[in-house]
Design a protein around this ligand. Structure first.
Ligand code: HEC
Length: 114
């Protein structure tokens, strides 16, 4: 019994560690409806078939159907200047943290095929 307890304690500790961020993430999942209104301008570049900007012709990454956390991280990095792309920095800086979560909630709810 003694041995069993010492094996289990680290596992319980790990479970407690992970439970907190999971709960926090739930409250800040964002509002997809609010996000939908905000991504209207993004489609000019990101909504193009083949994910190329029409002119000048350059590749634009797919964002519809992306993972929520990935989108929040990417947009926050542009906002803070940790990613240097000038166009997306301007986009990121125009968004609040709530906007970013709402946008990510909407985009991650889309099917990846668009
Ligand atoms: C003027 C064109 C343009 C507009 C408008 C635009 N983007 Fe972008 N976006 C780009 C380009 C180009 C990249 C690739 C930048 C790079 O290489 O870092 C990018 C990258 C991204 C990425 C990172 C994707 C990845 O896989 O790393 C996200 C997320 C993103 N955009 C979201 C948005 C959102 C949300 C909006 C609207 C608020 C928006 N973009 C508006 C051109 C645009």
């Amino acid at each position: 019994m003694q041995k069993f307890a010492s094996v289990c304690r680290p596992a319980l500790f790990a479970a407690a560690l992970f439970a907190v961020p999971a709960l926090a993430a739930d409250v800040s999942k964002g509002d997809p409806k609010a996000g939908r209104a905000l991504v209207y301008t993004c489609g000019g570049c990101h909504g193009v078939a083949g994910y190329k900007n029409a002119y000048p012709n350059y590749h634009v990454p797919r964002i519809a159907g992306q993972n929520f956390d990935y989108l929040v991280a990417a947009l926050t990095e542009y906002k803070k200047g940790e990613r240097s792309h000038p166009t997306m920095r301007a986009q990121g800086q125009s968004l609040s943290d709530d906007d970013i979560r709402n946008i990510a909630a909407y985009l991650s709810s889309l099917s990846a095929s668009k």
